[in-house]
Design a protein. Structure first.
Length: 452
């Protein structure tokens, strides 16, 4: 058997009417990434010779999310069979050169698919080279709207009937179309060309390809795969269900990789969250995209993190917010109600309470007092605050950027720092306190007279 050379076609041009959304369906997110991204990433280990995404007109944002996969436009969307037809020109050269053995069709709305499962389907077609079409089969708890797989006595696939077109007897079939198909590349598009639209929705159903192949004397088979991975997202309720299942998978992976999640069901992970060994995540923590956590870090309860890199031994939270570009080096402490954005905190920095640190660079060993604010925005542009190593910033300090504080400086509590602080300086930038002995009683008398 020649080696598989798979061209993947991901159908994503449908309008997703049932989601009731202005956004294309496949851009709805699961675990912080658009659905289409999950499907493309799952394909990577199969090393496809080409990946084509079929999008609708005006779906430029889908093309961006799918890059570097190539996009072709299907307009108007007239069904999954018509979508496959739209992909043909993009593969014509490769096909003519015999560079493709399998056309793998996937739907952009099944983000739980794993690489191993896709590979199992391709293998099931390749194992018996005379099989023209292999269809992923599943037995969902509720077959509801899925296409039903009609088998003959020898368990060979005869045809697929869409739920809307099925007879009452056919609707009782529990074996359903999971939405991925492997087609023999030599025949795939000729079969697709024969698909018509004589059905309830007046659409060109890709699923008709099975009946057509059979009529040509070709053989079709099913490969039963886990129903959970083939769940299609068509409604917001299904979106939430798929999110739940994805979260369970991600939490399990994080725990297998050596992180402790004290209450896993309350921790929300992004598909690309990476937690090191012996990381402890307390309850109610949210990870947005792009978070990397090194070993031995503790993320305390009610923290929200995205686009952040956290070094070994750091402690974050409770109630911390790390935004994109937050880089915490080893042993940093970021405490409650501290927000960090586009800021590097050098090794051992402590910012324990109530601070905003944005567009800054803070050197190793520096202490940031409670209530410190980097004033990085003047209503028009952003400016940076640079703080050296071993600096002490007293509580309630406002650092008006652009501003630099030299190494070993000591900024007194309540300062409004508007000019650069030299290395090693003690800076007091606040009004001097004035005490008037005994004058409190006189003031009270005067104020009381005003209200009588
Ligand atoms: C489809 C299958 C059904 C299967 C189910 C599995 C057909 C006719 N039916 O139904 O047998 O059980 O998936 O989830 O294939 N799309 C296009 N262009 C179009 C129409 C759809 O690119 O003209 C894309 C959609 O964006 C989507 C995918 O194809 O990603 C599937 O379309 P969808 O409308 O979700 O089909 P289902 O009704 O779920
Ligand atoms: Mg669907």
């Amino acid at each position: 058997m020649t080696q598989s050379r798979v061209a993947a076609i991901i159908l994503a041009a449908g309008e997703g009417t049932r989601l009731n959304s202005a956004r294309p369906k496949v851009l709805h997110e699961i675990a912080g990434a658009p659905m289409i991204r999950h499907v493309i990433d799952a394909l990577r280990p199969l090393d496809p010779v080409a990946t084509i995404v079929v999008v609708g007109r005006g779906m430029d944002r889908v093309a961006k999310a799918a890059a570097p996969a190539r996009c072709v436009t299907q307009s108007p969307p007239r069904g999954t069979g018509d979508a496959l037809r739209a992909a043909r020109p993009a593969l014509a050269d490769l096909l003519a050169r015999g560079g493709i053995t399998d056309i793998l069709v996937l739907y952009g709305d099944t983000p739980l698919l794993r690489s191993e499962t896709i590979a199992a389907l391709v293998d099931s077609r390749r194992r018996a080279p005379e099989v023209a079409v292999a269809v992923a089969a599943m037995r969902p708890a509720d077959p509801g709207p899925y296409g039903r797989l009609v088998l003959d006595g020898d368990a060979a696939l005869m045809r697929i009937v869409e739920a809307k077109d099925a007879s009452a007897a056919e609707r009782t079939i529990g074996l359903c179309n999971g939405g991925i198909m492997a087609l023999d590349a030599r025949y795939a598009f000729d079969l697709v060309d024969r698909i018509g639209n004589d059905n309830a929705k007046r659409e060109f159903y890709l699923t008709d390809i099975v009946g057509i192949a059979r009529a040509q004397g070709m053989s079709c088979r099913v490969a039963e795969l886990p129903a959970e991975e083939l769940l299609g997202v068509n409604t917001r309720v299904e979106l939430a269900l798929v999110e739940t299942l994805m979260q369970e998978r991600l939490r399990r992976r994080a725990m297998e990789e050596g992180a402790t999640l004290i209450a896993p069901e309350t921790v929300f992970l992004a598909a690309d969250t990476r937690l090191g060994r012996d990381v402890v995540v307390e309850p109610n923590v949210f990870f947005g995209p792009g978070v990397r956590v090194a070993d031995n870090v503790r993320i305390r309860a009610f923290s929200h993190l995205e686009g952040a890199t956290i070094g070994e031994g750091a402690i974050v939270g409770p109630f911390a917010r790390l935004r994109p570009g937050a880089v915490l080096e080893a042993d940093v402490h970021v405490g409650n109600f501290v927000e960090v954005k586009e800021t590097r905190l050098g090794a051992g920095v402590k910012a324990s309470h109530l601070s905003y640190l944005g567009d800054s660079d803070i050197g190793a060993g520096t202490n940031i007092g409670a209530g410190t604010i980097t004033c990085n925005y003047d209503g028009y542009g952003k400016s940076r605050t640079i703080i050296g190593e071993r600096v002490f910033i007293g509580s309630n300090t406002a650092l008006v950027a652009p501003v630099t504080v030299g190494d070993d400086a000591y900024v007194a509590t309540g300062s409004v720092v508007t000019a650069d602080v030299p290395e090693g300086a003690l800076t007091i930038a606040r009004a001097r306190q004035v005490d008037k002995p005994g004058r409190a009683a006189a003031l009270r008398e005067r104020l009381k007279g005003k209200t009588d």
